[in-house]
Design a protein. Sequence first.
Length: 532
Amino acid sequence: MERPASGTYPLRTDPLPFSRRSMVVFLFAMAWLSAIAWWHRYVVMDDPWITFRYAQNLLAGNGWAFNPGEPLEGYSNFLWVLLSLVPLGLGVEPLGFARFAGWLSAVGAVGLLAFGLGRREAVLYIPRSRRAAILLAGCYPLAVWSVGGLETAFHTLLVMLYGFALAGLMDRPEARRGAVAGVLLLALGLSRPEGAMFAALLVLVPLWRRTAEGWRGTAVAVAVFGAGYLVYTLWRLQTFGTIVPNTVSAKVGGGPVGRALEGLGYAYDYFRGPPSVLLLLGLLAGWRWRKAVVEGSRVPPGRAPGLVPAMGAIVLLQGAFAVAVGGDWMPGSRFLVPLLPALCVVAAVGLRRWLPPLQALVIFFLLAGGLLQARQDPELRWCRWAAKEAGGELLVQPLAEAGDWLRRHSFGEGLLAGSEAGMLPYRSGLEFVDMLGLVDAHLAALPGGLHEKFDAEYVLSREPDFIALTWVDEVDGPWPAWEADGEMAGNERFQTEYGELVRFPRLLPSAHWDMRSAHLVLYGRGERVRAE
């Protein structure tokens, strides 16, 4: 038997399995990211409770349905729904668990960049990039959405891992690396509907290698992803009768040109500030990579041939997606978060040859600029301000109080209609008609874009026992917060059959993102309201 060669690896005398410099960088980056996350701890929208409602019904044996007996894919985060089963099964408050999982995902992304993973010949190799770790910690959208209760940070971690797997596959198109890339790609497709689009980037491998090995490595990745995603798609078709999520039907509308213009404005709002420096550094890295390839060395800065094109392609693809769908209505540039780790990795490559003092100056500018940009973001500023005025409560607290009131007075039986499909049905336990169509197939199929689809006659034909409408307190009288609420309030049948039961004060933003006093009003139908 052949004996292994001695002296293959240097013997470490340091008891730590990593460098102390990497530990210092990681601790600093984690502290910075965590501080920004804590600062935005009140930025929690209503949507996480849609996920929790699906998990709640799964745990109760009601299947994949928002309302028992009505199978409907009204979520966009299959894996996050499964993960939400853990706290509900353990009797733990699901929001706290989801926020911890999101924060852990963000910290994990920073840690992987600070320490690296494996050696160049490993099945998944992540080169150490301490500069990228610090840059990523300074990207405030990641910190904001790490504690937002949704899957954004978790999905971002998967995108980053897939980017490194793709880069490794371009470097060495081995079957085992193709299998890892396929598994990560499958996880992306299960975490978000648009995650499957990253399969298109596998074409980079044969284009770069131009050999039979490149095609074989790509084929393995496609086979692993394709087999798993085909099973998932057939299950969705059998369960829901369609492969198009109801959330896509409800949110996407209008002409592609109009959506693209909105999406360009969405991207501009974030990148017009200090993050534009990241783009410039990324372009510099791309120029250096191209120069090395043209000169024939095919070994660009960092000795990772596939790193720059793989990460650059992720930035371009995710950015194109955000623009194509018109951006997102939620604060904190949510649809741009998945591209941030890849952008920071490429930007760090662009910084590599700069003098250390200049590198430190650029990094300091980006960290300080990120804080300033977060402070000036009108949507985030409004959330922090409103939460402070409300005594340190989440903005969904009035919805929670209304849901608890409904549970007490209806004993968990009846039908509720409203324009906010998260906290109200989750806390009340009632079946729900979503007047904006996110978890309603009929309304989602109507023409129009996000928050533009409503049909009061259809909702009233369902004969809901309760209807929740939100009114903004204006000088000339109350004004409906949603167009759907206004159409419902103006309906003659609603005015005849429903009466006000109770109202809950809340705070909502104006068009200029200052605070407005508002009320969530619950209406009851006839004699179906039971005394407490």
